[in-house]
Design a protein around this ligand. Structure first.
Ligand code: BG6
Length: 502
């Protein structure tokens, strides 16, 4: 297997953003405190590497049940079923790792590592409990005021995701989520409230986390309870229009505002030199890059329009949608990137089984974690070149990290050399793209600063943070925080502007 050769050292510009990333539904908790309404993830159970998370639901005549949320597969609740809380299920989002009550302590840890950026999402239903209330919940707004003030104390710039899978449940139950065009103005109303309220405190915004989740996990990405291709296409269209309207609005509210797209990026490699494998790779890339072709590139690509024509997909659209999409693309393109995937039309020795690599085969040159995600030392350089060549827009790595079953020792340490090794190669790869290839990159926010619930599996044991949180898969534990070995390593990396990776 190939190791990464580390000869040259590089550093990053002084104004480069270094930090960590999080999402309200995995981190914040306080699900029924401070007037918050429920969101999509509040009714999603825990799962594991082999057992999918499930949406719990009720029908109007009192029938209850659960539907597995499988990645990359059709998702549909039975007719008449509405996502709802049920007794006797465990919902990891309800407490997350309790940022709601630990934000001061956590932001202090971030400051200690030298962060100048912290990515978090606003819990939409904390601010608008039903998603479209006319007036905001002041207590919800006040919570993030306290968070942003705490960040400002340490010179940490917030990067705010408006919607990280947290579609308010009431919008799902009334409109079926993003398949309804009403969602466009509802989202703009929400953005209007928060962008005015946090003016001067927040200037970097992301609209939809991993917008291509609409296809991979339509319940998460679009709050869709019927993830048919028609609904996914319409949901994506509505999000594109909403995104352009929010870009326009953000610039009107404050000329310092910048609104980014957020894409889940994976590199795809052909397993063999058979051109048929290369075509498969091209198709997989188109499926992913369709979202950035529209949201960042400003136009619908022909390959997708043809596909809609073939599949009989009809969009409920207006001519002005396309003008908005063209005129107000995202200001920058941010992305998550953890791993790469290998595709083939041939028989291969071993299948990859992670949720990020559905349908792929194992790469014999790479190592895998227990959840089937490959550690690829060159993936960031490949991603950055690929996206820069296609769009020529500033880029931002807003997620990259290693999920691992960390163990807390008796003296409260976590010796996570595997994470340090992973991050060292990733950061090196990013530095090569910037220093060798000249790619404009705004920053790097590693997933995640503090341990939080896994999105894919709902587990605690798939940990990503620099700080360990004492909590298990069923919600037991003191929630006490303990810096891991990687905490001190990252601190050194930031202090040296990315030069000292030892
Ligand atoms: C991204 C999401 O898909 O990857 C995050 O934006 C998520 O919400 C992260 O946590 C890691 O995935 P997982 O399934 O290991 O938590």
């Amino acid at each position: 297997k190939k190791g990464k050769i580390m000869t040259k050292t590089y550093s990053m510009p002084k104004d480069f953003y270094w930090g960590g990333a999080s999402a309200a539904n995995q981190y914040e908790g306080g699900y029924n405190e401070g007037g918050k309404g429920l969101n999509a993830i509040d009714v999603l159970t825990n799962g594991s590497a082999t057992e999918p998370r499930k949406v719990t639901w009720k029908t109007n005549d009192g029938k209850t049940g659960v539907t597995p949320m499988t990645w990359g597969k059709e998702f549909k609740l039975p007719d008449g079923a509405k996502p709802a809380l049920l007794d006797n299920y465990y919902y990891p989002s309800h407490e997350g790792t309790d940022f709601y009550h630990h934000y001061k302590e956590d932001i202090k840890y971030m400051a200690e590592m030298g962060f100048n950026m912290f990515r978090l999402s606003l819990n939409w239903s904390r601010i608008l409990p039903n998603g479209d209330d006319q007036e905001p919940n002041e207590e919800g707004l006040a919570f993030y005021d306290k968070v942003f003030d705490e960040c400002a104390k340490y010179g940490i710039e917030p990067l705010v995701t408006l919607s990280h899978y947290e579609t308010p449940l009431s919008l799902i139950n009334r409109f079926g989520g993003w398949k309804d065009r009403k969602m466009i103005d509802i989202f703009v109303h929400y953005a209007d409230i928060v962008m005015n309220h946090y003016k001067g405190k927040v200037k970097y915004w992301l609209t939809f986390n991993e917008i291509n989740a609409m296809d991979m996990a339509p319940y998460m990405g679009g709050g869709l309870i019927d993830g048919s291709k028609q609904n996914r296409a319409q949901g994506a269209h509505n999000q594109f229009v909403a995104s352009s309207k929010v870009v326009k609005l953000a610039h009107e509210i404050d000329k310092n505002n910048q609104v980014g797209q957020m894409l889940a990026y994976s590199a795809y490699y052909p397993y063999t030199s058979d051109p048929a494998d290369q075509l498969l790779v091209m198709k997989a890339k188109q499926e992913m890059l369709f979202y950035s072709d529209v949201q960042t590139g400003g136009r619908y690509p022909e390959y997708r329009l043809k596909e809609y024509e073939r599949d009989g997909i009809k969009l409920d659209d207006r001519p002005e949608d396309y003008e908005l999409i063209k005129e107000y693309p995202a200001d920058f393109l941010s992305f998550s990137c953890y791993t790469s995937n290998v595709l083939t039309t041939h028989e291969a020795d071993a299948k990859a089984n992670g949720n990020m690599s559905a349908g792929g085969v194992k790469n014999p040159y790479l190592d895998y974690n227990a959840w089937g995600w490959a550690t690829d030392p060159d993936v960031l350089r490949i991603a950055l070149n690929d996206l820069w060549d296609r769009y020529h827009k500033p880029l931002f790595i807003v997620e990259n990290g290693l999920g691992w079953g960390d163990e807390l020792t008796e003296d409260h340490k976590v010796h996570d050399d595997y994470r340090i090794n992973y991050l060292r190669a990733q950061i090196k790869s990013m530095e090569e793209a910037v220093n060798e290839d000249g790619i404009p990159l705004m920053g790097y926010t590693m997933w995640s600063a503090i341990d939080l619930v896994s999105n894919g599996t709902g587990e605690m044991k798939k940990r990503y943070g620099f700080v360990y949180v004492d909590r298990d898969d069923m919600g037991n534990g003191s929630l006490k925080r303990y810096p891991k070995d990687s905490f001190n390593w990252y601190k050194k990396v930031i202090a040296s502007h990315g030069k000292d990776l030892d």
